[in-house]
Design a protein around this ligand. Structure first.
Ligand code: F6R
Length: 616
């Protein structure tokens, strides 16, 4: 949450910062700000409530010169969204400016201490407390700014990624991180620096990056090599990595919204995810992480999946896949609950962490806990080089490219693809899946991207249907087996972007409570594809119909059994039950999208949300 950008070099900083903020706006978008150090050591700070475009428009006539700058797009934690609470925050003397992502947990104690010493605060934020504290340490210890940052951070409890500029040291930018992401891009001759919360603002300038580790401070001086030390002031070696990213994936490419583009990218994304892993001719799946760690993975007595939101829904499907084909018990945990409930974790356990961003604070904390107890951690992550990708023992990237729309779409299908491949690899190694079934699934998996394309053909029909649903205040989504988590995911998508209350339920569970809600006003979306629970699903549909519920059914192409019972059907291509979520989720993503568009809502940046949830 919150996006940070910084620059020091020979270019004008403002355009670099604004472009970077736009790339990071998915991380938070309630207020924005920049601080520019001009050549005559003036510190110009501009802040606005609202989105980056608002800031850009409002500062057009101001002094935007300067080749050093820091910027921030905020997702409020301490204090309402306002220009006062927006970052950068400036110290009392006006010399230091700071942007911050994370939470300083002991900020109120520090604030109390500073207030007693006569400091005053303009905002309600923990960030302003931190910048004042750094200044206080600097003055009382008579040290330089880098030392002051280090001494201050040693007294801070919490999470931070910070970038700081000092008007009196106008040739340097100071960067530090603990538990919040931060990456530094090395430009021209490795002596020009781009700083950001993730690599997307950097890729058009450089492929060489350094990911700061927890407890590290980097000093970036124009024209000099970067220096990194830890909180104990020990020098740290530079680990320069190379990243590759297709810039086209960061643009809307003619689509009205990133979300729609990302829904449409799913066939290609799945091919990218399977490339080099699913060997169609040999009818084989190879995951290098499984080959390299086979002993640890195959000896697991239990698998625990930790994740949040959409990634948790993927985990529920993963449980069914792994239990069916690998015959190992799997528990699926909300990372936020797992970390605080003293879970029993054994050394023989394998913990699978699923995360699109690789930065979700609760998932990171759950991993740390499981690691402490000796479990083996396997990551299923999209963002290359992200914190989760770096702290896991092994893992498989989903490789679906950057996901910018706040509502997750292609990451979900990518996560499912990796989970299926993982279950196949482990099942084959353990001998718990028959050769015939293994080959059948591999062959069908290879065919799914084309079937996703076919599923997308329903777009116009869904758009049309969506018009008749915008009145609804509540929705029920029902599914069974592999498609129960898809019902949860469909409901989450609708809630997130259309602000309509929606609940997902296992269809048979409906009669134990939620059926009381069903009346002629209540749209009920059922997933009733042609698989083993189809007949049972027909009975559940009858139960809804008897209460006059308005039913939209997702069915298999050519289905005859459902259409006379329901109000509308959307067809998806036939496939195996275990792969069906990859297809049934498509119309549900589109439905949420079109309802939100018709309601005139901000699809890509829905209210109150942020893409990367780096606070607990
Ligand atoms: C829903 C959504 C969120 C995320 C959740 C976990 O559309 O995007 O529910 O799935 O915040 O995020 P990651 O996968 O980045 O750990």
């Amino acid at each position: 949450m919150c996006g940070i950008v910084g620059y020091i070099g020979t270019r004008q900083a403002f355009p670099v910062l604004i472009k970077g903020l736009k790339r990071l706006e998915y991380r938070g978008y309630d207020s924005t700000g920049v601080a520019l150090l001009s050549t005559n050591a003036m510190l110009n700070v501009y802040k606005e409530e609202g989105k980056v475009a608002n800031l850009e428009a409002n500062v057009a006539n101001r002094d935007l010169g300067g080749t050093i700058g820091i910027a921030h797009t905020r997702w409020a934690t301490h204090g309402i969204p306002s220009s006062t609470n927006a970052h950068p925050h400036v110290s009392q003397s006006g010399k230091l400016a700071l942007v911050h992502n994370g939470i300083i947990e002991n900020y109120s104690l520090i604030k109390e201490r500073l207030t007693k010493l006569g400091f005053t605060f303009k905002s309600e934020t923990d960030t302003e407390v931190l910048v004042q504290f750094i200044e206080y340490v600097k003055e009382t210890h008579g040290v330089d700014t880098v030392t002051a940052v280090r001494l201050a951070l040693n007294q801070v409890i919490g999470a931070y990624a910070i970038v700081l500029v000092d008007k009196e040291a106008p040739e340097q930018v100071i960067v530090a991180r603990k538990s919040s992401p931060l990456v530094i891009g090395l430009g021209e001759g490795n002596r020009e620096f781009f700083i950001a919360s993730d690599a997307t603002p950097l890729v058009e300038y450089t492929q060489n990056v350094v990911y700061l580790n927890d407890g590290e401070i980097a000093v970036l001086k124009r024209g000099e090599e970067m220096q990194i030390c830890n909180l104990k002031n020990e020098a740290v070696d530079l680990d320069v990595q190379s990243i590759e990213m297709n810039i086209g994936l960061l643009e809307k490419g003619g689509y009205p919204h990133f979300m729609l583009k990302e829904i449409y990218e799913q066939a290609q994304a799945m091919k990218d995810c399977m490339r080099g892993r699913l060997l169609e001719k040999e009818k084989r799946v190879v995951l290098s992480a499984v080959c390299n760690h086979s002993e640890r993975l195959l000896n697991a007595k239990r698998i625990i999946i930790v994740s949040c939101g959409t990634s948790w829904h993927a985990g529920l499907i993963g449980k069914q896949l792994i239990e069916t084909f690998v015959k190992v018990p799997v528990e699926v945990e909300y990372a936020s609950e797992f970390r605080y409930r003293n879970p029993v974790i054994n050394k023989e356990d394998v913990v699978i962490a699923i995360s699109q961003s690789g930065e979700t604070a609760d998932t990171l904390a759950a991993i740390s806990l499981a690691k402490e107890k000796g479990a083996f951690i396997f990551g299923i992550v999209n963002a290359v080089g992200s914190s989760i990708a770096r702290i896991t023992d092994a893992g498989t990237y989903i490789h679906v490219g950057p996901e910018i729309g706040v509502a997750s779409t292609k990451a979900f299908t990518g996560q499912l693809t990796v989970l299926i491949m993982l279950a196949l690899c482990l099942g084959k190694e353990r001998g718990t899946i028959s050769e015939v079934e293994y080959e059948e699934i591999v062959t069908e998996l290879a065919a799914i991207p084309d079937k996703i394309e076919r599923s997308l053909a329903c777009n116009e029909r869904v758009a049309d249907l969506a018009k008749s649903f915008t009145y609804a205040r509540n929705f029920l989504y029902l599914g069974r087996g592999y498609n129960f988590p898809v019902a949860l995911e469909g409901a989450l998508k609708l809630k997130e972007i259309s602000y309509i209350h929606a609940e997902g339920y296992p269809a048979a569970e409906m009669k134990h409570g939620p059926i009381a809600l069903v009346d002629a006003e209540m749209p009920v979306v059922v997933i009733a594809t042609h698989h083993e629970l189809y007949e049972k699903m027909l009975s559940n549909i009858q139960e809804v119909k008897a209460r006059k519920g308005r039913i939209l059914a997702i069915v298999t192409e050519g289905d005859e059994g459902v259409k006379d019972l329901v109000d509308n059907v959307i067809e998806t291509p036939p496939t195996l039950a275990c792969l069906s979520p990859l297809l049934t989720v498509i119309p549900l993503q589109l439905l949420a999208y079109h309802v939100a568009v018709i309601k005139g809502l901000d699809v890509d940046q829905p209210r109150n949300l942020a893409k990367s949830v780096t606070v607990e």
